[in-house]
Design a binder for this molecule. Structure first.
Ligand SMILES: [Zn+2]
Length: 578
């Protein structure tokens, strides 16, 4: 890659400008400060230095230059970042600096989009224009969402591409034309065209809605070098900023559903290009927000098809809830009805968490003795996909509906979970994260005995579990495994239930952690004294960690005036033994 080009782009781009597109920057001294876009925090520890053209987060440690920031926040590769930032900086990339074949394909796709968009305004586009108006998608919307029209003739696009010197080979690799018995012909004919861009804004595919002629109602571009359906979501490029800001995505099925939501004040909507979801799509969404509201058509086949996808999303760490719409309408239709926006807003506010949704759509089978067993098994299989902490809030509801005791239900789920895990471990030895119920790890030397002692006290003291504020205690715990156990206790899980669950999945870590904490607590004698002392020790540790961070920031010349003041304060606190 051309070093000069990268240098030139960096010189012309202002990193403050670039980052300012994603977070609210506030000037402090010579630097800018913001809430970190890469981790959740309440007080800003994300700094941008205009002098160095760098950024650094003192909370999560992320840092770098304009390129690393752009790649990280947009979730794009280096070549993609190079292309986009070059455009932004007004630097022309030489052909050699660009990924060659991909560049050519992209050009052909953009060319095709231009033809489709022009055709929508041509005489042959009349039928498409009236279709769109009938669907209440007026001309402004065609412009905003780059809608187009593929005329019903056999080779309208192919003729035009040829005039621009595009070879059949390139057009075919883009999925735009096919070879007929005598000559090439267009894949999309008589269809309203929806361009599909990837997360970085590159045009990778089209979706076509049939308006004239015969064929499937919707078709998409075939998979190609440019387009892998499994890692694309319609309108994600447009929605990602809002998804990040609002902390959630709304997932719909169709192109027009997604557009309608954007037009109705839900710019965080994306469409899944079909009901089946993939892990890659889940990861893509997860990158921008941890919550996802699924809003598919209310018909039964839609429900069935989407259940599996929902578990995929949840397994990738997204909190999934389901928006339940009135029967026989899709989001697009609903939002066009009188009071539809109100109905939709309420449905969104009352979105149902995945485990309860699954229970709901299986209710009739559960009541029928003939199908009951199968329905229960399927429900348990689904629940076993989730972490114990994701299922815990719904255990009481589920156990009532299934007519078993909560403990029994937990046992059943844990059993399936460990069976699944065993099967997985057979297949590959790859490790899984603790929270998903693995954790045959023993307590290593790395666990801080003070943190272990906190778990010990909470385990043994019911009153403390109720009275200790989680928002005070949890930020003091560094180790994620300890944190999840402490969180479970603070949020009302009973030690008996937890222990049963850990035993049934063969997880020995939590109990040895608690035992280790007990040893540490012994020195204090009284549990009341121990608790106060533990919090004081953790608070002191937090302060000295902060102190060290600020100290190194100061050494690098990156500390603001406010931070220097904080540093002085911390220094005197620590010296005073507070
Ligand atoms: Zn951060």
């Amino acid at each position: 890659m051309d070093r000069d080009v990268i240098g030139e782009i960096k010189k012309r781009l202002d990193i403050v400008d670039l980052i300012g597109d994603y977070v609210q920057l506030r000037k402090v001294g010579r630097n800018y400060r913001a809430l970190c876009p890469f981790h959740t925090e309440k007080t800003p520890s994300f700094y941008v230095s205009p002098e160095r053209q760098t950024y650094h987060c003192f909370g999560c440690g992320k840092g770098g230059d304009a390129f690393t920031f752009f790649m990280e926040i947009e979730g794009v590769s280096f070549p993609q970042a190079l292309e986009r930032l070059a455009k932004r900086a007004g630097v022309t990339l030489s052909k050699s600096a660009r990924p060659k074949a991909e560049g050519d394909l992209s050009e052909v796709m953009e060319l095709a989009l231009k033809f489709y968009r022009d055709a929508l305004h041509s005489p042959s586009g009349e039928v498409a224009r009236s279709y769109l108006k009938h669907r209440e998608l007026p001309p402004e919307v065609w412009e905003t969402f780059e809608l187009g029209w593929a005329p019903p003739s056999w080779d309208y696009l192919w003729q035009s591409l040829q005039r621009h010197g595009v070879t059949f080979e390139l057009a075919e690799r883009c999925g735009l034309v096919l070879m007929g018995s005598r000559s090439p012909y267009d894949r999309f004919r008589g269809r309203v065209m929806f361009p599909v861009r990837d997360v970085s804004g590159k045009l990778v595919a089209f979706g076509g809605r049939l308006v004239v002629g015969e064929g499937a109602k919707y078709i998409n571009s075939p998979e190609s070098e440019l387009f892998q359906k499994r890692n694309c979501l319609y309108l994600l490029e447009r929605a990602k900023k809002s998804i990040r800001q609002r902390g959630r995505s709304i997932l719909v099925e169709g192109y027009t559903d997604a557009i309608r939501l954007h037009l109705s004040g839900y710019p965080e909507a994306v469409a899944s290009l079909g009901t089946s979801l993939t892990e890659d799509q889940a990861k893509l969404l997860q990158r921008f927000a941890g919550r996802c509201c699924i809003c598919y058509d209310a018909d039964t086949s839609g429900q069935e098809a989407s259940l599996r996808g929902m578990y995929i999303l949840q397994r990738e760490g997204l909190q999934v809830s389901v928006v339940i719409l009135p029967r026989d309408v899709d989001p697009d239709q609903l939002l066009l009805q009188e009071n539809g926006d109100k109905v939709f807003g309420e449905a969104l506010d009352h979105a149902v968490p995945l485990p309860l949704y699954h229970l709901e759509i299986r209710r009739s089978q559960l009541e029928d003795p003939g199908s009951r067993h199968k329905a229960i098994l399927e429900l348990l299989e689904g629940l076993a996909e989730l972490s114990p902490f994701d299922v815990a809030p719904y255990i009481s509801n589920l156990s009532i509906a299934l007519g078993v005791l909560p403990g029994e239900l937990n046992e059943q789920i844990a059993e399936i979970r460990s069976r699944k895990r065993a099967a997985k471990e057979d297949k590959s030895a790859r490790s899984s994260v603790y929270i998903n119920g693995i954790g045959k790890k023993s307590v290593g030397k790395t666990i801080d005995p003070i943190e272990a002692a906190v778990a010990h006290v909470l385990w043994n003291d019911a009153r403390r579990r109720v009275e200790a504020p989680p928002e005070v205690v949890l930020p003091l715990i560094n180790d994620e495994r300890v944190k999840s156990i402490v969180a479970a206790l603070l949020y009302g899980e009973s030690p008996e239930e937890l222990e049963g669950r850990w035993l049934s999945v063969g997880d020995r870590f939590p109990m040895s952690l608690i035992a280790m904490g007990g040893n540490f607590c012994d020195q204090f004698g009284d549990i009341e004294v121990a608790w106060k002392e533990l919090l004081r020790l953790l608070e002191r540790r937090r302060r000295s960690e902060r102190y060290r961070k600020l100290l190194s920031a100061m050494a690098k010349g990156e500390a603001s005036a406010e931070e220097m003041e904080e540093l002085r304060q911390l220094a005197s606190d620590i010296k005073g033994g507070g």
